[in-house]
Design a protein around this ligand. Structure first.
Ligand code: RP5
Length: 166
């Protein structure tokens, strides 16, 4: 489904984060929610970060999903420059398996919130779902699509394991 409107910005610290962050993009595509996917590094492109964060509201975004790994300052720095909801995704790092990313994103000082999701692909997928939930508060059709998505997920859960499966 091609969307004209792009209410969600999916930003990430590096192109190497895309295999994780694409899970957010995929779920938004499934739900028919437009998104723009951008690389914005807190450490390597600080000017781009300031331009993005200070301009995000005027650019028409309603929710920002920000993923980064390691010393993951991106979500918090973006949140410091906008009052749009920022959902942080800790990308799994090589050195510390994403614990560094998780703590960097979750441990925000009081006053500048980042909604922190789980480490890795599950977190990115849930960030997409949560972004859709936020947008669904003001969009009855999206709310129905979200409920239908959840019902399909429920329906797909078997009542018992298939014991004859290999
Ligand atoms: C972070 O450093 C990025 O978010 C990425 O998770 C990590 C490694 O980046 P690359 O060295 O792969 O570009 O800023």
């Amino acid at each position: 489904m091609v969307q004209d409107q792009r209410p969600v910005a999916i930003i990430m610290g590096s192109t190497s984060d895309w295999p994780t962050m694409r899970r957010a993009a995929e779920i938004l595509d499934e739900l028919g929610v437009g998104h723009e996917d951008l690389v914005v590094s807190a450490h390597r492109t600080p000017d781009r970060l300031v331009r993005f964060a200070t301009g995000a509201e005027d650019a028409g975004f309603s929710v920002i999903i920000a993923g980064a790994g390691g010393a993951a300052h991106l979500p918090g720095m973006v949140a410091s420059m906008t009052t749009l909801p920022v959902l942080g995704v800790p990308v799994q790092s090589k050195a510390l398996s994403g614990m560094d990313s998780l703590l960097s994103i979750a441990q925000m000082p009081g006053g500048v919130p980042v909604g922190t999701l789980a480490i890795g692909e599950a977190g990115a997928k849930n960030a997409g779902l949560m972004a859709a939930s936020i947008l669904a508060l003001g969009d009855a059709e999206l709310s129905l699509r979200l409920k239908s998505w959840r019902q399909k997920q429920t329906d797909a859960v078997l009542e018992a394991p298939q014991t004859d499966a290999p």
